[in-house]
Design a protein around this ligand. Structure first.
Ligand code: FAD
Length: 393
């Protein structure tokens, strides 16, 4: 492919850069896992939306500007270079939205996409359960048919941002006779519906970054099924393709972090050979990921869909992010352990925060052990992992 940008793409870059320079808050917003930080981040999403920069690739009628994937990559590069706030609506805009665009009815798209893009309605992902994490097909939460809709019961856990979110997209078993990935349905559920109980899970830093969500015969009408009854696994696999493959983690995020690492190394100076090599490796990994993303994007533009190879992507970006932050901590030495509250902390403790979050990369979106199984079985065609007899149906 031609790696040069077109004049229109360059013009878009200038527009995005100028807007971000004028609008990114000078001070970081409070953590989006606190009530005040959640509100501040929603306010920020509203400003992005008003500038038509919240969801650039979406069609205009849903709040986007119909930009190409290349323009999205440009936007992401500028966004992270500008040090703009984290995206509080990311589970909606990057995970659910591609599935809504692919499987949703026109009515569902018009109802859900604009408030998602503006931050008015924030979405949580409700897939994991106490006994169904890596083994997502073991979902037990169920939906029972009732007049005009379904009654949902069961428990979801580790649902990011659900402590504050407005809606949840989740998988429920609609066929009680079914097993594994059969008989599942993908529901869109308002978290203020009667029968829903949300209980925050405090992280090590004390903030409820996650929640458990309990459903006690929660009524959900038929028009809040996404993609058809019994089609949940197919729709969910499209969502995970987005989570692992393209939209959730753009190269701009890692390039900006790699550039900051190089600046840190220069400021510290006088590094040993081993440390210099790790800094170079971190930067080259980020650049390799950027180039690989261009390749994915070219394939998608030419009509390909992202299949199990998205697992390769997920393993790569999560391990790259961890290595990058470990390298930063190594350069900082003992000062790496200072949190943002310490007067002597480097960059407001940002490297430590980034490291702690990077630790979760190999877990969320399906653990890297599971991704390696998928790569072995479905990309390389190696023999399947032995499964208990009851699972072979
Ligand atoms: C930051 C973060 C955000 C998250 N956000 C959400 C969210 O918004 N919504 C949501 O639904 N979930 C979310 N999760 C949950 C996440 O999807 C699960 O933690 C993950 O799928 C693993 O499931 P588990 O925790 O039950 O671990 P388990 O499935 O119990 O796995 C435990 C360990 O065993 C390994 N293992 C399990 N099976 C195999 C196997 N067959 N082969 C090899 N190794 C195996 C795993 O890799 C892991 O190391 C989030 C998790 C994190 C860390």
């Amino acid at each position: 492919m031609d790696l040069a940008y077109t004049p229109a793409e360059e013009a878009f870059r200038r527009e995005a850069r100028a807007w971000l320079a004028a609008n990114v808050p000078a001070e970081p917003l409070p953590s989006l896992d606190t009530p005040e930080g959640f509100a501040a981040h929603r306010e920020w999403e509203r400003r992005l939306y008003d500038a038509r920069l919240s969801v650039v690739t979406w069609p205009e009628e849903y709040g986007g500007r119909g930009a190409s994937l290349a323009e999205w990559l440009i936007f992401e590069e500028e966004y992270y270079l500008a040090g703009a706030p984290g995206r509080v609506g990311q589970n909606g805009i990057f995970l659910l939205a591609p599935s809504l665009l692919e499987f949703g009815t026109e009515e569902q798209r018009r109802r859900h996409l604009p408030p998602m893009a503006s931050g008015e309605e924030v979405w949580a992902q409700g897939w994991s359960e106490p006994e169904a994490g890596s083994d997502l097909a073991a979902v037990r939460s169920r939906a029972v048919r009732t007049d005009g809709g379904w009654l949902l019961s069961g428990q979801k856990t580790w649902s990011s941002r659900a402590a504050y979110a407005h809606w949840l997209f989740g998988l429920f078993r609609t066929d009680p006779e079914s097993a594994r990935h059969h008989g599942l349905t993908y529901f869109l559920v308002p978290l203020d519906a009667p029968g829903v109980t949300v209980r925050g899970i405090r992280q090590l830093d004390g903030e409820p970054g996650f929640a458990e969500v309990f459903f006690d015969e929660v009524f959900v009408p038929d028009d809040q099924v996404l993609g058809g009854v019994g089609e949940g696994w197919r729709v969910a696999m499209s969502t995970t393709g987005s989570e692992r493959g393209l939209t959730l983690r753009s190269p701009g995020r890692f390039m900006a972090a790699a550039d900051r690492l190089v600046s840190l190394a220069r400021r510290i100076g006088d590094l040993g050979e081993a440390e210099r090599l790790e800094v170079a490796r971190a930067w080259m990994n980020a650049d390799a990921y950027r180039l690989f993303t261009f390749q994915t994007l070219t394939r998608v533009r030419d009509g390909a869909t992202i299949g199990p190879e998205s697992s390769i992507n997920k393993v790569f970006w999560s391990e790259m992010d961890l290595h990058l932050h470990e390298t930063a901590l190594r350069l900082l030495g003992p000062r790496a352990e200072l949190t943002g509250a310490a007067p002597d902390a480097v960059a407001g403790g940002r490297w430590l925060d980034g490291f702690l979050f990077a630790l979760s990369g190999p877990i969320y979106g399906g653990t890297n052990e599971i991704q390696r199984n998928i790569i072995a079985e479905r990309v390389l065609g190696m023999p399947r992992e032995p499964r208990p007899a009851k699972e072979s149906q």
